[in-house]
Design a protein around this ligand. Structure first.
Ligand code: NAD
Length: 252
């Protein structure tokens, strides 16, 4: 059990990559906190996991709102005493379309959910981690930050902000023994995939995309969960500021 007695918060933990992380961390003995706005899915997942004997709670948290983060941190510390790992994973896609077709409200929402959320999470959780003298923050970025492609301009830019924040946070928080790393997944098998592909995913679209991934498949929630587990665990205690591709070689 690599995460026994550790407490892990995952934003966007009710679906896709975040759900995979919650399941994998629970298998490794962690206390898990699902922070999401999808109450039905979050509550059902928390019931399922805690029913198997590992504490798991759901907390409604809109990551664009600082009040929810304060509540999330306070309730987590009240229940579990520490916050060892904060995974900023909730995200919003841009529907694949030309950059001039994206309206201002959509642009703002993409940056609020993907970028401002990390600012708000950091302000809430870092004081707790400083007090503890340790912590691991993991941000879900994307290959979109490292190798931006057409049709996703503003989403690409938001994930570029995530990788820059990750490195900048890592240097500033290093003296506190708080590590900050990011995951950069290639397109993954989650409900978000359709938006990136511009709607319904046909077999032709899938095959065309997969052919650009040297290892010949899309990413999965388990790929992301295993990578997050490495950044969260004591196996990576001297690793900070790394934005790691989880992409089967796509960015090479
Ligand atoms: N799926 C992909 O192809 C892919 C590729 C690269 C990066 N990503 C990134 O991975 C992360 C997870 O995405 P996913 O693919 O698992 O998608 P998903 O749609 O399965 O899950 C996203 C989760 O975020 C939650 N969420 C959305 N807005 C929120 C808000 N304001 N507050 C709290 N929770 C909110 C949703 O309710 C959902 O549970 C995102 O940051 C996404 O940008 C996804």
């Amino acid at each position: 059990m690599r995460m026994k007695n550790k407490t892990v918060i995952v934003t966007g933990g009710a679906s896709g990559f975040g759900e995979g992380m919650i399941r994998r961390f629970a298998e490794e003995g962690a206390n898990t906190v699902i922070a999401d706005i999808n109450d039905n899915a979050g509550e059902a997942l928390a019931r399922e996991i805690s029913g198997k004997g590992t504490p798991c709670v759901y907390t409604h948290c809109d990551v664009t709102d600082s009040g929810y983060f304060q509540n999330l941190v306070t309730s987590t510390v009240d229940q579990f005493s520490t916050i060892d790992v904060m995974i900023n994973n909730a995200g919003m896609p841009q529907t694949n379309q030309p950059m001039l077709d994206v309206d201002e409200d959509t642009f703002q929402r993409i940056f609020d959910v993907n970028v401002k959320s990390i600012f708000l999470a950091t302000r809430a959780v870092v004081p707790v981690m400083r007090e503890q003298g340790s912590g691991s923050i993991i941000n879900t970025a994307s290959t979109a930050a490292l190798r931006p492609r057409p049709g996703l301009v503003w989403y690409n830019a938001s994930k570029g902000a995530v990788t820059t924040m990750t490195k900048a946070m890592a240097v500033e928080l290093a003296p506190d023994q708080i590590r900050v790393n990011a995951l950069c997944p290639v397109a993954g098998e989650t409900p978000m995939l359709g938006a990136f592909m511009g709607g319904e995913i046909t077999n032709e679209m899938r095959s065309a995309f997969v052919s650009t991934v040297p290892m010949g498949r899309l990413s999965t929630p388990l790929d992301m969960a295993n990578a997050a587990l490495f950044f969260a665990s004591d196996e990576s205690t001297f690793i900070t500021g790394v934005c790691m591709e989880v992409d089967g070689g796509r960015c090479i």
